[in-house]
Structure formats: structure tokens, C-alpha cells
Write a protein that binds this ligand. Structure first.
Ligand SMILES: NC(=O)c1ccc[n+]([C@@H]2O[C@H](COP(=O)([O-])OP(=O)(O)OC[C@H]3O[C@@H](n4cnc5c(N)ncnc54)[C@H](OP(=O)(O)O)[C@@H]3O)[C@@H](O)[C@H]2O)c1
Ligand SMILES: [Zn+2]
Ligand SMILES: [Zn+2]
Length: 333
């Protein structure tokens, strides 16, 4: 039996929950969970904000741990090996995206916490294709948040060819945003943090930003008109997106990873006249996760974490809900 924490209703308290995972599939692994980061998406899923939550609901998709059991067909993984697991637990392996290596774009992929039980547990299972070995030099508590928050802000830098000469801004300095500042600084970019929190400004500068701007002050955003090659939004709220489009240089891009639920209401002329783009992306492929982990280890990039024990999971969720997390909450043994 796997011992987990589950909510039994929308927004409900997480309570101890045991389930029988059945026989291990021949291409599956069972991971002994050492730590698990908490992403804002866990909160959205707990609240059924995206209308795809099944209860009992076990959150947790920033898992770091050791392999406890390997499927019979797997030769490349060993019991005891350190691994991580992020948003995806399985891919179809046959669609055009999978065959191109873009596993994270697979239409038939399975989410670790969507119709499956996640990592707020002593063990979790996944298809071997979706887990990635941890390099030496990345400890378990730092590793978890890289598997969702980290990879989500890293992938666009590669996919959209962000270059060291670019001026890049990050909107929202939370779990994702604070890792984005560190990646971008190591990437060589001129980095600006848009934050709504006065208190985070000095910390943003310490984490790699060169400049800070109040994300809710129209005057400050207007003053940055035409300044950025790339603006990465990690917020889950509606902001004045037309003002942020205005902050782009010609050929600049406003890229969404933050899952704001409100539709975008954008003027088309600034896009046409400046040949600007708007885009979005989900997490990253397993190969990209491996590249990111190497990059993070080489540049000593680590999430700034607050640790709670697994039995304090409800306090940890309340802390995230309050907006006071600095910067990623991690459940640890
Ligand atoms: N695309 C993907 O694959 C993917 C993967 C993971 C997560 N996500 C999504 O990314 C988003 C961020 O996740 P997270 O875990 O980083 O969340 P988080 O730690 O709660 O950070 C979100 C940040 O947004 C800013 N924010 C929140 N409310 C705001 C408001 N009213 N006005 C202005 N700014 C506000 C805050 O930054 P400041 O205090 O600096 O203003 C906050 O720290 C969520 O929507 C999550 O679902 C997407
Ligand atoms: Zn996530
Ligand atoms: Zn596929």
C-alpha cells in the first residue's frame, strides 16, 4: 500500500490516504519520495480550477527520490538510483510530438496529478520515460522544484533562442519567477524583475535581476516601453497585457507560462507594426530536464526553499495560498 495525503473534495483538507497501486508495469518505476515541491498548479488542481481534478486527489509533481522498484523490461535504471519526476508521468511514445522528442507536447500524455496519484506520498509511480536521473551536486530538496517550476522557465530560453545579448523581463517573482531570474542571469541576459511586492525587490536583485519594476504600476511599465526582447509571464492573474506588449522591442515576444484563466484581450496593431509575438509553453521534455539539471548544477542554480514536513502538508498549502511563500515550498522527510 502507498501512504499518501489526499483531498476528498474541492479545496478540501489533505488527509492520510492509502491506496494499492497494483502490479508494477514492465515499463514503470516506483519512486521512494524523499521530498516534493509544491507548485501553484497543485493548489489550482486541489480547487478544481481547471475542471480536471478527480477526488481523492493526491497533489505533488515536483518529486525527488530514489528508485524503489523497476519494471521487468527496464535495463537502464537501478534500484536506489536518485531520480526526479515532474508534471508528466507518461507519454504515448507514438505521436509526432513524442517521435520528435517533444514529449511535453504529447496530446496523450498523463499528468502526475491528473487521473493519477501524485507525490505527496511515501512512494509514487511513473512510466520510465518521464523520470530523469539526478546529477551529483543537486540535493533532493533543491531537485524537486526544478522538475516543474525550473523546467517551465528554462525550456522557453532554448525553444525561442533567447540569447546572452537579450534584455529579458520576468513578471511575477514566485516559485517559477525566482528560478527564471537565476537561469537568465547565468544565460548572460540583462534581467528585469516585474514584481508586485516591494519586499521582493532587493531579493530579486540578489537572485540575478539587474533591475526591478512594479508589475502593477502603469507609469513604471510605460516607462519601460520598447525595452525587452523577451518577457516571461509567470503570474496566474490578469494584468494589463497591452502595456507589457508595449514594453517589447520590435520582434520581441511575450511568453506565458503562468496559467492565467482570463482570456487575453490584445490590440493587434502593436503586434503587426513591431512584428511582435505572443506564445505559451508547458514544462519541458525529459531530455530538456536533463539539460537543465546539468546547467543548474554547473551554475549553482538552486531554488530558494522553505521546508515543511509531510505531515504539515495543510500548513504548507495554506502558506502557498497566502502568497507569502519565499520562494518554493518543499515537503521533506
Ligand atoms: N506552463 C507550465 O507548464 C506551468 C508549470 C508550472 C506552473 N505553471 C503556472 O505558473 C504560475 C505560477 O506558478 P508558481 O508556482 O510560480 O506560483 P507562485 O509561487 O504563487 O508565484 C506566482 C507569482 O505571481 C505574482 N502574483 C500573484 N498574484 C498577483 C497579483 N494579484 N498581481 C500581480 N502579481 C501577482 C506573485 O509575484 P510577485 O510577488 O513578484 O508579484 C507571485 O509570487 C501558476 O499559474 C502555475 O499554475 C505553469
Ligand atoms: Zn507545477
Ligand atoms: Zn505522444
Amino acid at each position: 500500500m502507498i501512504k499518501a495525503y489526499a483531498a476528498f473534495e474541492k479545496g478540501g483538507e489533505l488527509k492520510p490516504f492509502e491506496y494499492d497501486p497494483g502490479d508494477l508495469g514492465s515499463h514503470e518505476v516506483e519512486i521512494e519520495v524523499e521530498s516534493c515541491g509544491i507548485c501553484h498548479s497543485d493548489l489550482n488542481m486541489l480547487n478544481n480550477d481547471w475542471e480536471m481534478t478527480a477526488y481523492p486527489f493526491v497533489p505533488g509533481h515536483e518529486v525527488a527520490g530514489r528508485i524503489a522498484e523497476v519494471g521487468t523490461d527496464l535495463k537502464h535504471l537501478k534500484v536506489g538510483q536518485r531520480v526526479g519526476l515532474g508534471w508528466h508521468s507518461a507519454y504515448c511514445m507514438t505521436c509526432e510530438s513524442c517521435r520528435s522528442g517533444d514529449y511535453n507536447l504529447c496530446g496523450e500524455s498523463q499528468g502526475t496529478i491528473v487521473g493519477r496519484y501524485g507525490g505527496f506520498a511515501d512512494r509514487v509511480r511513473a512510466n520510465a520515460a518521464s523520470i530523469v536521473p539526478l546529477p551529483d551536486g543537486i540535493d533532493a530538496e533543491s531537485a524537486g522544484p526544478l522538475f516543474c517550476g525550473g523546467i517551465t522557465v528554462f525550456t522557453p530560453l532554448v525553444e525561442f533562442g533567447v540569447s546572452p545579448t537579450d534584455s529579458v523581463a520576468v513578471i511575477g517573482i514566485g516559485g517559477l519567477g525566482h528560478m527564471a531570474l537565476q537561469f537568465l542571469n547565468a544565460w548572460g541576459c540583462d534581467v528585469t524583475a516585474f514584481t508586485s511586492s516591494e519586499a521582493k525587490k532587493s531579493e530579486a536583485l540578489e537572485m540575478g535581476a539587474h533591475h526591478t519594476i512594479d508589475s502593477r504600476d502603469p507609469g513604471q511599465i510605460d516607462a519601460a516601453a520598447g525595452r525587452f526582447d523577451f518577457v516571461l509571464s509567470t503570474v496566474n492573474v490578469k494584468l494589463d497585457w497591452n502595456a507589457y506588449i508595449g514594453s517589447l522591442k520590435p520582434k520581441g515576444r511575450l511568453h506565458f507560462v503562468g496559467a492565467t484563466l482570463d482570456p487575453l484581450d490584445l490590440g493587434v496593431f502593436p503586434l503587426i507594426m513591431g512584428q511582435r509575438s505572443v506564445s505559451g509553453s508547458p514544462v519541458g521534455s525529459p531530455a530538456m530536464i536533463a539539460r537543465m539539471l546539468d546547467f543548474a548544477a554547473r551554475h549553482d542554480i538552486q531554488p530558494v526553499i522553505e521546508t515543511f514536513s509531510f505531515d504539515q502538508v495543510n500548513e504548507a498549502m495554506a502558506h502557498l495560498r497566502s502568497g507569502k511563500a519565499r520562494y518554493r515550498i518543499v515537503l521533506s522527510r
